[in-house]
Design a protein around this ligand. Structure first.
Ligand code: PHE
Ligand code: ZN
Length: 849
């Protein structure tokens, strides 16, 4: 049940819990519809608290009895929790509740997935398991007994005793309840071992359902690499005797860092060459690393309250991106991250859902697991490291781990260690955490008598609740090139810490060409009056791989905008530049493939609407098709040669090098198929022995509308594999023509294999529709209606996944009045549903404002 007016929670209202929890004992008697949870918790008054009210969170629990110090009590119960009279001093609270995992479709708390029991407690799911102070600053050791007939019974920490139909676990590290986990089922272990840097032997397992046991090896290698990397780079060692990972088919997010028992969406851990693409492998490696790294940044040091979410997420995303850069190609990783940041985070920051990296209010915390908290949160760490340098970053992190181990910390604590180590005042820098919106950085240049001057100005547009923006500290990595393309000034960091600031260089022989924001040194929108000549020059000469890519991307953008706005033909300079890139064997294939990619249609939309132009999704789509055809024609002779050169011999390996070759081959095939009617793609599909080649060929064929036979062949081959079927669902939507996308998605939702209760399948189908820019925004409005219909269906079943997908509507203000009206009508139709979840209603209310 939901209150009439959901409450807003404010950062400024933080107060500590009135009690400390000394230890927690839990017993689970598992049964699908009647699991009993018996708890014994020792409380003591918190000397730091001002008040003494004994309130425990608890939702949808059937309380059987409760006792304090062994005597029965009759607490008062509301839909949010339990209040009781308690004695002065320390006391023991006990209770027994009944819950129903089998009917728990929200996938929060204890639930069932494919016959196994599992839990998801972040952020506030533990309160659906038993009565407890479910807040991250309440930390305790846990002893857990699991009783059930299942061969595998798991919880956090180290195994204690076990016997027939029970197992006991003890977690010696105090933790908040959101890190609690329990898993039970008929699972198969993929075991391994790891010796830590101090010589401790750790047992490792990946637990999966029968049939998935041959998809664990890659994840296990990734785990061991992550453990080694965190020892080498951050000096962080694992701290339990055992580390378990479990793959679960029904999961709202990617994965969860529960102490010693990470729970993964099966799509983020299971991998095999036949069923997973190169991109899947890379993502799995990164997510395994991410969850493992949380053991220190998140678990040993956790968050005081949920406003501090970026403390663990921003830092852990930053750490996993460093890991991927070390394992693979640093520049390819940086370029991919920036593409993702611009696609998702900039859209969020520029619309009604904009919020600071550290928000100061929320209604439903689940709605704040966002690109801003995660990805921009990681960018902020990267900027901090750029500003203080690698050595001081390392010192500050050592101090952070030393000082705050065992704490529930804040962003203030985090910045404090940097201030102490460097002697800097980070007050202005802190605005990156407290102020929403993407700064626009404009730049003017002048050159006279060998003196060169760059003047930067920063401006951040208003965001909800923050009309005025103060200037932030922006680290600008800059290099200067002379007209021959030689570097006259190697990369240096300019600290832009005012609204406007100039930087000067003297003694230059001629006017240099600036390479600004190398490596994308700050998450800003660079506004520079420049021309295609300079862009082409940087594309050819810049020594910074990111800015080389960026120059190509800017060229593509200016070409496309000119086509969209003025009906111009594709720019010949761009086509020549891309042909040169394609032929440039000194560039690694992955980088070449990235350079050949075009800006996304939603990015073009944002650029147009920032310029005050109302974007037409269909016109944007057509311009992209026209440009791709022109590229194919211009590169006609070279494409087959590159395709042939990039064939990988021998057994499949997901490593960066062969994956990069395949990526470039696929890019060449995609362009070439616009001229050969899909002939070469059909051949690739027929001989493919791995998923990367198979699905990329299928995508190309579907786009050419010549892939019907392959599509049904693919279904017959893979209908037994849930994760591959997700691809089959998603691909048909993303490869559809704009006018067909909604209809195809609609048909797929009627397919017998469509299961809206499974978040992966739901996202594969309807998420693909929302991501198909011209299809979702097709003027028929069918995309909007279909998505709204399904959000209405899903909300009572799974509010979290519903609310996350509402973000598809966040860009409505960019579009023409007709589309705006259609979108708002759908938003209002959802909002008018009786008993709409707090999650969804908060999202739509914010989107509408
Ligand atoms: N904490 C998880 C992560 O980033 C994400 C998550 C949040 C998972 C909430 C489930 C629920 O790794
Ligand atoms: Zn995380």
């Amino acid at each position: 049940m939901r209150d009439a007016a959901p409450q807003t929670i404010f950062l400024k209202d933080y107060t500590p819990f009135d009690y400390i929890v000394q230890d927690v004992h839990l017993t689970f008697k598992l049964a699908p519809r009647a699991t009993r949870v018996i708890s014994r918790i020792r409380f003591a008054p918190n000397p730091d608290a001002s008040d003494t009210t004994f309130f425990l969170h608890g939702e949808q629990l059937d309380l059987k009895w409760a006792k304090i110090n062994g005597a029965d009590i009759a607490p008062s119960i509301t839909p949010e929790g339990l209040t009781a009279e308690v004695p002065e001093g320390a006391f023991t609270f006990e209770c027994e509740v009944e819950i129903s995992p089998e009917t728990n479709t929200a996938l929060e708390g204890l639930y069932m997935s494919g016959g196994m029991y599992c839990t998801q407690c972040e952020a506030e799911g533990f309160r659906k398991i038993t009565y407890y102070p479910d807040r991250p600053d309440v930390m305790s050791t846990f002893t857990v007994r699991v009783e059930g007939p299942h061969p595998v019974l798991l919880s956090n920490g180290n195994p204690a005793t076990s016997g027939e139909h029970f197992a006991e676990w003890h977690d010696p590290w105090p933790k908040p309840a959101y890190l609690f986990a329990l898993v039970a089922g008929d699972l198969i272990a993929h075991p391994d071992r790891f010796t830590t840097m101090s010589g401790k032997d750790v047992e490792l397992n990946i637990y999966v359902r029968k049939g998935d046991e041959n998809k664990c090896a890659f994840g296990m290698e990734a785990l061991k690499k992550s453990m080694t990397w965190d020892e080498k780079v951050y000096g962080r060692e694992y701290d339990l005797d055992i580390f378990n990972i479990v793959a679960v088919d029904d999961f709202n997010m990617g994965a969860m860092e529960n102490k010693g028992l990470n729970v993964f969406n099966s799509s983020c851990v299971l991998a095999s060459p036949e069923t997973s693409t190169d991109a899947n492998f890379e993502r799995i490696e990164a997510i395994i690393a991410h969850e493992y790294f949380h053991n220190w940044t998140g678990n040993r040091i956790t968050c005081r309250d949920w406003f501090q979410l970026c403390l663990k997420e921003g830092l852990t995303v930053y750490r996993d991106s460093q890991f991927t850069s070390d394992m693979r190609s640093a520049s390819v990783k940086r370029i991919s991250d920036v593409i993702d940041l611009r696609g998702r985070q900039f859209a969020e920051d520029g619309g009604p859902l904009a919020h600071p990296v550290r928000p100061d209010r929320f209604v439903e915390i689940n709605n704040f697991y966002t690109a801003t908290v995660y990805e921009k949160g990681a960018e902020v760490i990267g900027m901090l490291k750029t500003l203080v340098g690698d050595a001081d970053y390392a010192k500050a992190l050592d101090l952070y781990f030393e000082r705050h181990d065992g704490d529930a910390a804040t962003i203030e604590d985090w910045l404090q260690v940097f201030e102490e180590v460097t002697g800097r005042n980070l007050k202005r820098f802190k605005r990156w955490y407290t102020s929403a919106g993407t700064p626009q950085l404009s730049v003017k240049e002048s050159f006279k008598n060998g003196r060169y001057k760059l003047t930067f100005r920063q401006e951040t547009p208003p965001t909800p609740g923050q009309p005025q923006k103060k200037p932030r500290v922006i680290p600008i990595a800059l290099g200067l090139l002379d007209e021959s393309g030689a570097e006259v000034l190697p990369t240096q960091i300019l600290e832009m810490d005012k609204r406007q600031k100039s930087f000067k260089w003297k003694g230059l022989a001629s006017k240099p060409v600036p390479s600004i924001l190398r490596g994308f040194s700050a998450p800003v929108i660079l506004k520079r009056d420049t021309d295609d000549v300079e862009r082409a020059f940087l594309l050819a000469h810049d020594t910074d791989p990111f800015n080389r890519w960026e120059a190509g991307r800017e060229l593509a953008k200016s070409t496309l905008l000119n086509m969209i706005e003025n009906g111009a033909p594709p720019n010949a300079g761009y086509l020549d530049g891309m042909l040169a890139v394609l032929r440039d064997d000194t560039l690694d294939p992955a980088t070449r493939a990235l350079m050949l990619g075009l800006p996304s249609q939603s990015e073009l939309t944002q650029t147009l609407s920032d310029k005050g132009v109302v974007p037409d999704p269909q016109a944007i789509y057509e311009a992209v098709q026209t440009l791709k055809l022109a590229m194919a024609q211009h590169m006609q002779d070279t494409l087959p040669r590159v395709y042939a050169q990039c064939q990988v011999e021998g057994p499949y390996s997901p490593d960066a090098e062969p994956a990069g070759k395949r990526e470039l081959a696929i890019a060449a095939l995609g362009l070439g198929s616009r001229l050969d009617g899909g002939k070469a793609a059909k051949e690739q599909f027929a001989r493919a022995d791995n998923m990367t080649l198979q699905i990329s060929a299928l995508a190309i064929l579907l786009r050419q509308k010549v892939g019907d036979a392959e599509l049904s062949g693919f279904y017959e081959q893979w209908k037994h594999d849930r994760l591959v079927m997700d691809k089959w669902f998603g691909l048909q939507v993303s490869a559809a023509a704009p006018e067909d996308a909604a209809e195809i998605a609609d048909k797929l939702t009627q397919h017998p294999d469509f299961d809206h209760k499974n978040p992966n399948r739901f996202r594969a189908t309807l998420g693909a529709l929302a991501a198909h820019h011209a299809g979702f925004h097709h003027i028929s409005g069918r995309g909007y209606t279909l998505l709204a219909d399904w959000l209405i269906t899903l909300d009572p079943i799974n509010p979290q996944t519903t609310a996350r997908m509402c973000a598809a509507f966040q860009t409505w203000k960019r579009y023409d009045l007709k589309r705006q009206e259609m979108i708002l009508a759908e938003v209002d139709r959802i909002l008018a549903q009786p008993n709409l979840s707090r999650d969804t209603s908060e999202m739509l209310t914010r989107i509408r404002s």
